[in-house]
Design a protein around this ligand. Structure first.
Ligand code: CIR
Length: 263
């Protein structure tokens, strides 16, 4: 297995803070249970570790309720890391708080300085390109700054659209392998995955579109039996992890980790 888009030697996660109960959410369906959130988080970390990857779990940061959703604060590539500039005002400081930890893995760390905004949840790295969705959190200026920064490492950035009302581009899609994307129908209808094979989430199971391919595993949220069955029958090695508490804060599988293989 050598696909760099899903072969990872490392991941970094962040312990949920007690303040996570104040995390951002589009619709208030009640506060997450801290205990259950932590248990799901432990299961998630164990799933990543079971593939042989070295998983670092950073301390909780109480000042940032959404900091468990660590993916939004950085983009980690083989050649270097890019510190993001989150578009949610309460999350802006999270990126700077994360940057020193990335120094343990990378010599080259660059930063989105603005004035634009960009969050990692809007970025899908495939084998051949980096897709970035404009959203309420990510704007054209942020994407242009990312394009300039990663061009030094030879990456192509393509701008796509996140459907209205959807938090992040990757809320609605995930990479399954070198050429295959899991997507909701509402997202793929935009034509943004032309040239890729697309597998659709099953009707009523759109909320499982955010999963991760991590080495041999497809780590996906529990509770979506039809899509789970579809992926299993396509030959993917599916590992289910509970996500009910993160989901109350619009979080899924990708947002809980940074995944990378530093050179
Ligand atoms: C937020 O609204 O920023 C958090 N409550 C959820 C972030 C989820 N991040 C992601 O999907 N990459």
């Amino acid at each position: 297995m050598s696909a760099k888009s899903y072969t990872f030697s490392h991941a970094v996660c962040r312990t949920p803070s007690r303040s996570v109960i104040d995390g951002l959410r589009a619709v208030d369906v009640g506060a997450p249970s801290l205990e259950l959130f932590q248990r799901h988080h432990d299961d998630y970390v164990a799933a990543l570790r079971s593939t042989g990857a070295e998983v670092t779990v950073l301390d909780a940061v109480e000042a940032f309720p959404d900091s468990v959703f660590i993916e939004d604060a950085a983009l980690c590539l083989q050649e270097g890391a890019v510190v993001m500039r989150p578009g949610a005002p309460t999350r802006l400081g999270e990126a700077a708080a994360l940057a020193p930890s990335l120094g343990n893995f990378y010599e080259e760390i660059v930063t989105i300085d603005g004035p634009g905004f960009i969050e990692g949840g809007d970025i899908l790295t495939t084998e051949r390109e980096i897709l970035v969705g404009t959203s309420a959190r990510t704007d054209e200026a942020g994407i242009e700054e990312l394009r300039r920064l990663v061009s030094r490492w030879g990456y192509e950035v393509r701008v796509v659209n996140t459907p209205p009302g959807v938090l992040h581009f990757k809320t609605d899609c995930s990479l399954l392998d070198e050429e295959t994307i899991l997507s909701t129908k509402r997202l793929s209808a935009s034509g943004c995955f032309e040239g890729y094979k697309v597998v659709h989430t099953e009707e009523g199971e759109e909320a499982c579109a955010n999963l991760i391919r991590f080495n041999e595993l497809v780590v996906m949220p529990d509770g979506f039996p039809k899509t789970t069955e579809k992926l299993t029958s396509l030959g993917y090695n599916v590992k289910l992890v509970g996500n009910s508490e993160a989901a109350k804060l619009d979080g899924g599988m990708s947002c809980l980790s940074l995944r990378f293989s530093p050179k």
